[in-house]
Design a binder for this molecule. Structure first.
Ligand code: GLN
Ligand code: ZN
Length: 761
């Protein structure tokens, strides 16, 4: 029989139960048993959802208390030495210390690095691999979960990260070496694990190798052969899963690996089904990932009926169905959205609804269309209604897109002519000091917002509170002696959601949380229609801030690429078009800020790099439209208006040219965590405009010393002309407290003054 399954389910819980339990445990309010109980309850509930939807196999091992890559490190004993040697089975506190540097028990230590999972906004804990890394299997936790599933009588399919993807995600510790040299030592652990699972009666294991959708060189391709020759022949059967894109030139490799099944992402690469069918080796299962695991739209089931029936004619029971990837990247349950209007809701599917879609398609294949005629009709009606809805089409926006000219993406003069005008107008010292935008989002700010949303505080009262915050933030910055000020962003719940709530074509959810890392979740807005601005979104706040001081206050906007990247986007037009619509709306906001007398405007693009496609061949086109959108948003200002941008990642060696093409007058960028590693890029590439490499890490409450920051500044001044340097932290201060922020900024300003007098002296 056609098997239906899911590659993974969100673990955070429909009400973010895991977040609450984790944070309570970290604060010492509940003990380990309490946390473990929440974990168990969530797993049981998520298995039940899969069974109730009618799926044949339930995913086990996709749950995690922090991150599934960290789980894999624990599973194979990849524990950096600073956490102790021979630690054996990793207990929860060691696990949390690896993830975040601290836990209720054990000393604080430097946490492992965290980075983005492929092209998603989910962050994983980077495995640290030593040249002489040894591996040892510690599968007690995983096996306990399998046992629990067995006790409930479930047919479970354990989920593992494959050996090659695991090594690919790891980072060599110390001097660089070829990570593939570790494969031979890692494989026996996988072998042993698979034998143990076979012993438990497991028939199928899902083994994730998403790197098969990336550009692989010959050595990695050969390593796939080596690994799966070793693992694929035995029991249990392996379902090799690929996602986040098509297999492209790795298709033949993936088809020929000696495993029992292959899962492909047909949401991102629908065309590959046609290529695979005639070439799938005899006896091999094909799991078709037809329901998009990366977006929230209801699947157009009718569009899949023909292709799937053709596939079934060829493959029979060897055709399986699933979402394209783990459902980790979508919210849990649409049923919890009580404020979305019925029309919009009828267009959407969250994780639970996606399970139902997969099951429904499974029933079509098993029993024919007539068996589920009503459900299919309802689906067809919803898809048609969305397509025809006047809410998604705005003729004025379409017309305006047609009138975009190349000149709209260009400043009137080059930087060399703009800079003196800006400097004369702003009258700042050399090495000007500034911050990235947000100041601490205190409990009282959050309480005011909660009260406002619950109608305990009226709008005037809320705005009064925000103005008071702005006033205090301006005063604090003047007292510290910062040169370019910000209003502090107290009114912003989130840098994307805030704009999503103010732009037409966007909807916000109440419970649409998606895990970003550990206990942290984001609630991406949903872009469902053509986008335009109903009115100014930020002008009043900035104008107010500027009225309080003679120093320049930066206008503060989130850029078009970041708004796009951190939203669920419509799937009925290219991302580039949606991005251009956002850019036009922001262009109007930029214009209004300028008209209000604001002399510097920052357009943040922290997600520019994360949008980079996984395949090298697709990157130039992306960078072209992404840079174009930023320029469309920002280039409409006069020469003397200074455009800033901010990015927070440091490995931008591969996109430095694109960043220069943004043609921002000033960029501020994260640099301190990698100890100014990014400056390497500047020895190779002469960045033409002004730049502020962050001189301290805002992710930790530690207050860095003047000497430390001065050293970083001096390092920067070696590769960038110091007359084009700015002095600022790595990122915004919203997650920090006031006390530590003031202390750190005071030291930062002292460091800037010292370097100034050294340079001018
Ligand atoms: N201006 C934003 C802030 O300071 C930028 C945040 C970000 O880069 N993620 O909070
Ligand atoms: Zn940032």
């Amino acid at each position: 029989m056609t098997a239906t399954h899911a590659l993974g389910f969100p673990r955070i819980g429909a009400r973010r139960e895991l977040k609450r339990a984790l944070e309570a445990y970290w604060r010492g309010e509940i003990d380990q048993n309490g946390l473990l109980r929440t974990g168990r309850d969530l797993r049981t509930r998520h298995w039940a959802l899969q069974t109730r939807a009618g799926l044949d196999l339930v995913a086990v091992g996709d749950f995690s208390y922090y991150d599934h890559v960290l789980d894999t490190s624990a599973l194979f004993g990849v524990i950096p030495e600073r956490f102790g040697s021979n630690v054996g089975e990793v207990d929860l506190d060691l696990y949390f210390r690896m993830a975040r540097g601290r836990a209720p028990r054990g000393e604080d230590v430097a946490a492992c690095e965290m980075t983005k999972w492929f092209d998603t906004n989910y962050h994983y804990i980077v495995p640290e691999l030593a040249r002489d890394q040894s591996f040892a299997l510690h599968s007690r936790a995983l096996e306990a979960q399998i046992e629990a599933a067995a006790e409930e009588g479930l047919r479970s399919k354990p989920v593992l990260i494959g050996p090659l993807t695991y090594l690919w995600l790891g980072k060599p510790r110390g001097a660089p070496f070829d990570k593939l040299t570790l494969l031979e030592r890692l494989l026996p652990c996988y072998g042993e694990l698979l034998r143990r699972l076979a012993g438990r009666g497991i028939e199928w294991v899902q083994i994730d190798e998403p790197i098969l959708v990336c550009d692989l060189d010959e050595a990695w391709r050969a390593a796939f052969q080596q690994a799966y020759q070793a693992l694929g022949a035995q029991n249990p059967k392996l379902l090799l899963t690929t996602y986040f894109g098509g297999l492209g030139e790795n298709l033949e490799l993936a088809l020929q690996l000696p495993v029992s099944g292959l899962h492909v992402d047909l949401a991102r690469a629908a065309g590959e089904l046609r290529e695979i069918l005639p070439r799938l080796p005899e006896g091999k299962v094909l799991s078709a990932g037809v329901v998009d695991g990366r977006n929230i739209w209801r699947t157009d089931l009718a569009a899949w009926l023909e292709p799937l029936q053709r596939a079934q004619e060829r493959l029979g029971e060897r055709l399986w169905l699933a979402p394209s990837c783990s459902l980790l990247h979508v919210p849990v349950d649409l049923a919890n959205e009580t404020k979305l209007d019925a029309e919009l809701k009828s267009w959407l599917a969250f994780a639970v609804q996606k399970l139902e879609e997969v099951a429904l398609l499974g029933r079509v294949l098993a029993n024919g269309r007539s068996s589920v005629a009503q459900d299919l009709a309802a689906n067809r009606a919803a898809i048609a209604a969305r397509r025809a809805s006047p809410r998604i089409h705005n003729a004025a926006v379409r017309q305006r897109l047609d009138t975009i000219t190349p000149a709209m993406g260009r400043r009137a003069s080059p930087y060399s002519k703009r800079a003196p005008l800006q400097h004369a107008r702003l009258n700042l010292p050399l090495l000007p000091t500034t911050s990235i935008g947000s100041f601490p989002q205190t409990q009282s700010i959050r309480a005011a917002r909660r009260d406002y949303l619950a109608a305990r505080l009226n709008r005037a009262g809320y705005e009064e509170r925000m103005r008071a915050e702005i006033e205090q933030t301006i005063e604090a910055q003047e007292a510290l002696g910062l040169d370019m000020l910000v209003h502090g962003e107290p009114e912003r719940n989130d840098m994307v959601e805030y704009f999503g709530e103010r732009l037409e074509g966007f909807a916000s959810t109440q419970q649409g949380w998606v895990q970003s890392f550990g206990s942290r979740c984001v609630k991406p807005p949903i872009i469902y229609g053509d986008i335009c601005r109903a009115g100014p979104m930020t002008v009043e706040w900035i104008r107010y801030a500027q009225s309080l001081t003679r120093r320049p206050v930066k206008g503060m906007l989130t850029g078009p690429v970041t708004i796009l990247q951190w939203s669920f986007v419509r799937d009925d037009q290219p991302r580039a078009v949606t991005c251009r619509q956002i850019a036009l709306a922001l262009r109007d906001e930029v214009h209004d800020l300028e008209t209000a007398g604001i002399k510097a405007i920052q357009v943040d693009e922290p997600a520019l790099r994360e949008g980079l496609p996984l395949r090298g061949s697709e990157r130039p086109a992306y960078l072209q439209w992404a840079v174009g959108a930023f320029r469309l948003a920002s280039a409409g200002v006069r020469d003397e208006t200074q455009i800033h941008s901010h990015m927070c990642y440091s490995d931008f060696n591969d996109i430095i040219e694109a960043i220069a093409k943004l043609d921002a007058d000033v960029i501020t960028i994260e640099a301190s965590r990698s100890d100014m590693e990014l400056l390497e890029a500047f020895t190779r590439f002469d960045y033409p405009n002004e730049i502020g490499p962050g001189v301290y890490d805002i992710h930790s409450p530690r207050v860095p010393s003047v000497a430390e920051m001065l050293a970083r500044l001096q390092k920067a001044a070696e590769v960038v002309n110091w007359q084009r340097l700015w002095v600022n932290p790595d990122c915004g201060l919203k997650t920090r407290g006031w006390e530590e922020s003031q202390a750190a900024l005071a030291n930062m300003i002292a460091a800037a003054r010292q370097l100034r007098s050294q340079m001018e002296g």
